[in-house]
Design a protein around this ligand. Structure first.
Ligand code: URA
Length: 268
C-alpha cells in the first residue's frame, strides 16, 4: 500500500500542534547506535529467540555511575559539587536537548534538603530548580510553614528530561552520586522528597507515593564518600506540579510540611 507523502504545510501544521502541546523533542530513553550491524551468527540467534530483547548498552553508560562517584567524591563544597555536575557528561539526558545543568537553589547552610524530580522548561532556561509554576507554589507553601529560609533545593536529575517526562531509573542512577554528595556536604536535619520519582529513587523503593506520603522514613548512606556514613529522617510528599492539577490535595502536603517543621524544631 502506498501512503500519501504529507505536504510541507501539513507537516508544519502537525509540528505546530505538537509544539503547542508541549512536545519539544523526540528521543528514546537511551542512545541508539544506528551504525551497529549485528554479525550474521548473532542475527540467526536473534531470529530464533525473537521474544528476548537485548538492549544496546553503550559503554559510556556503564562507566557513568563510576565517573559520577569519582567527580562527586572529589567535591569538598556545594559550590565545587555544582561545578563537577556541570562537567559530568555521563547522564543520558545531557544529549537530549537540555540547555544547561540545573543543580540547586536555597540556603547552603540549610537544615532541610528538598529533592524534586527533575528540571522543567523554566528551570532549564534559568538554571535553577523549582522556578516555574510548581516552584512558585512550593515557595508559597514553604513560606507559610516557616521553612522557606531553611531549605536547600535540588532534584534527582540535573538536566531537563525531554517533554518533561519522568526521568528513567538509569538517568537517576547516573546522577545519584551527586545527590548523595549533596546530602553528605549539607548534612541536613531532615529531607523532603517531592513526588513519586524522587521518593522511589532516594529511598530505593517501589512503593506508591500515596502510601508513602506523610510517613517518616530514614535515608541512610553507609558510605557517603570521604565522611563515612550519614543518615537523616526523610518524608515523602506529593509533588507541587500534582497540586496544580489537584488543588484539593494541598491539605495533605500542608500536613506533611507541618510534621516536617515540628521535626526540624525538635531538640533545639
Ligand atoms: N519539578 C521538579 O521536580 N523539579 C523542578 O526543578 C521543577 C519542577
Amino acid at each position: 500500500m502506498n501512503l500519501p507523502f504529507p505536504d510541507s504545510a501539513a507537516t508544519e501544521s502537525l509540528l505546530a500542534f505538537w509544539a503547542d502541546a508541549g512536545v519539544d523533542g523526540c528521543y528514546d530513553d537511551a542512545p541508539v547506535d544506528r551504525t551497529f550491524i549485528p554479525p550474521p551468527a548473532a542475527k540467526a540467534v536473534a531470529k530464533a529467540t525473537a521474544s528476548v530483547v537485548t538492549p544496546f548498552v553503550p559503554a559510556a553508560a556503564v562507566d557513568a555511575v563510576a565517573e559520577a562517584r569519582r567527580l562527586a567524591a572529589s567535591a569538598d563544597s556545594l559550590e565545587a559539587l555544582g561545578k563537577a555536575i556541570s562537567e559530568f557528561e555521563g547522564c543520558p539526558l545531557r544529549g537530549m536537548g537540555a540547555r544547561q545543568a540545573v543543580f540547586c537553589r536555597g540556603n547552603p547552610e540549610a537544615d532541610l534538603l528538598i529533592i524534586g524530580e527533575g528540571p522543567g522548561a523554566e528551570e532549564d532556561a534559568r538554571g535553577q530548580p523549582f522556578v516555574g509554576r510548581a516552584g512558585q507554589l512550593l515557595d508559597r507553601m514553604l513560606f507559610a510553614a516557616g521553612l522557606h529560609e531553611r531549605a536547600f533545593i535540588t532534584n534527582t536529575v540535573f538536566w531537563r528530561p525531554p517533554g518533561n517526562r519522568t526521568p528513567t531509573p538509569e538517568e537517576q542512577a547516573a546522577c545519584a552520586p551527586f545527590v548523595e554528595r549533596t546530602f553528605a556536604l549539607l548534612r541536613p536535619k531532615a529531607v523532603l522528597l517531592l513526588g513519586a520519582a524522587s521518593a522511589k529513587s532516594v529511598l530505593k523503593t517501589d512503593e506508591g507515593i500515596m502510601k508513602m506520603r506523610g510517613q517518616w522514613r530514614e535515608w541512610r548512606l553507609a558510605e557517603a564518600g570521604p565522611d563515612g556514613a550519614i543518615a537523616a529522617p526523610a518524608i515523602p510528599t506529593l509533588h507541587p506540579a500534582f497540586l496544580l492539577r489537584q488543588p484539593h490535595a494541598k491539605k495533605q502536603v500542608w500536613a506533611d510540611l507541618l510534621s516536617l517543621a515540628a521535626r526540624l524544631d525538635e531538640d533545639y
